[in-house]
Design a protein around this ligand. Structure first.
Ligand SMILES: C[S@@+](CC[C@H](N)C(=O)[O-])C[C@H]1O[C@@H](n2cnc3c(N)ncnc32)[C@H](O)[C@@H]1O
Ligand code: SF4
Length: 362
């Protein structure tokens, strides 16, 4: 039987605003160095299957310091959305424990393949809300979209999802007339999987929050745009599907004002320790200062100011990164950097190593 009480995903802008907790700074998005076992055709963080490498990635101690600064600014949640698969990072448990003990929530994004029963249990016990990317129930298409050739991986992901559902199902709470869930599916809609969205949503049922998103033309998605059948007609249909099916009516990050709360109430950090507009793209990496020369609160204030000027000129948009004027925003930040004579940290693109035949736990 379908539960009539509306679902809400814990830690999101919609959830925080329901309880009056989305006032000013709320989100710190930390990108860990790229490490992933997939090569998704859509991936923001890859470019022609290459990823950005840092010679001196930010240390775990520095990450702990940022977590403390975020807490001191009354932050509510730390988002670990990349770069790559955060669950593969060697310090992931230490970082999650630190966030939890500081009194904030964690939201972790995962492709689902790296989630063992033990890790899911750890996340559940340490205040983590978990977002699993899932774009197709068709094994062949799943493998194609994720750049995999290991057929077992699809079955393993389904098994892991079942396990996550079992553990997280016990954590659902009622709050302000909503069922607050801590497990979500994030599907990115393209011309090849658009027909499947209804089925994926039905699968999510009462206990998994379902979001579907438009593809952003960034990273790997640029070169794969035509293959993902994203011509104009498809794009309009996709927008309609998202409006109808996504439980937030769009991306997970939308607040009750229809704007991205991660962006308007937060700031991202690149693996090199540079502040960024959004964790989903490295386009502003190095353009807002870094953790070695600016505090979190200084950079957040600077970023807010720059974004406000942009919105005053071009109008508000739900997602700055997906806005057709995003390039103009980046160019404005670059001009500021040049005017102030600040040298920009440059990342170097490196070839993804071919991954060993990894054994996935049962
Ligand atoms: C870059 S991934 C990193 C976390 C994890 N590896 C995963 O795939 O979920 C973070 C989120 O971005 C989404 N994503 C990646 N590339 C995208 C694109 N071009 N457009 C829209 N969403 C994208 C993924 O589906 C995922 O939900
Ligand atoms: S979208 Fe996630 S799983 Fe896919 S390649 Fe990028 S980081 Fe890896």
């Amino acid at each position: 039987m379908v539960n009539k009480i509306p679902k809400i995903f814990r830690g999101t802008p919609l959830h925080l605003s329901k309880s009056g907790r989305l006032n000013d700074f709320a989100y710190l998005m930390i990108n860990l160095p790229f490490l992933c076992n997939y090569k998704c055709k859509k991936c923001f963080n890859l470019k022609n299957n290459n990823f950005y490498i840092q010679d001196n990635p930010i240390t775990t101690d520095k990450i702990f310091k940022l977590i403390k600064e975020a807490r001191d600014m009354n932050g509510k949640a730390v988002i670990l959305a990349g770069e790559g698969e955060p669950s593969l990072h060697k310090s992931i448990k230490k970082i999650v424990k630190k966030i939890d003990s500081s009194g904030m929530m964690t939201i972790i994004y995962s492709n689902g393949s790296t989630l063992t029963e033990e890790l899911i249990g750890f996340y559940a016990a340490h205040n983590v809300s978990l977002v699993i990317s899932f774009d197709s129930f068709l094994p062949e298409l799943y493998l194609k979209l994720t750049g995999n050739n290991d057929k077992n991986i699809f079955l393993q992901v389904l098994k892991n999802i079942k396990q996550a559902r079992k553990i997280y199902g016990k954590l659902i709470r009622q709050e302000n007339g909503c069922r607050v869930v801590r497990l979500a599916f994030n599907a990115t809609v393209n011309g090849l999987n658009k027909e499947e969205m209804k089925k994926i949503k039905e699968f999510c049922g009462d206990d998994i929050y379902f979001i579907c998103n438009p593809l952003a033309k960034l990273g790997n998605a640029v070169g794969n745009w035509d293959e993902l059948s994203l011509g104009n007609d498809n794009y309009k249909e996709i927008e309609q599907i998202i409006r109808e099916l996504s439980e937030s009516t769009g991306p997970l990050t939308l607040g009750s004002n229809g704007l991205c709360g991660y962006s308007s109430n937060g700031i991202a950090i690149s693996p090199a320790g540079n502040y960024m507009t959004c964790a989903y793209t490295s386009a502003t990496d190095g353009l807002l200062g870094n953790v070695f020369n600016k505090t979190l609160s200084e950079s957040y204030a600077y970023k807010k100011n720059q974004e406000q000027k942009f919105y005053n000129t071009y109008g508000n948009c739900p997602c700055l990164v997906r806005s057709p004027k995003f390039k103009t925003y980046v160019e404005t930040l670059e001009k500021q950097i040049k005017m102030n004579n600040i040298s920009i940290y440059k990342n170097s693109l490196v070839q993804l190593p071919s991954l060993p035949n990894k054994k996935y736990p049962n």
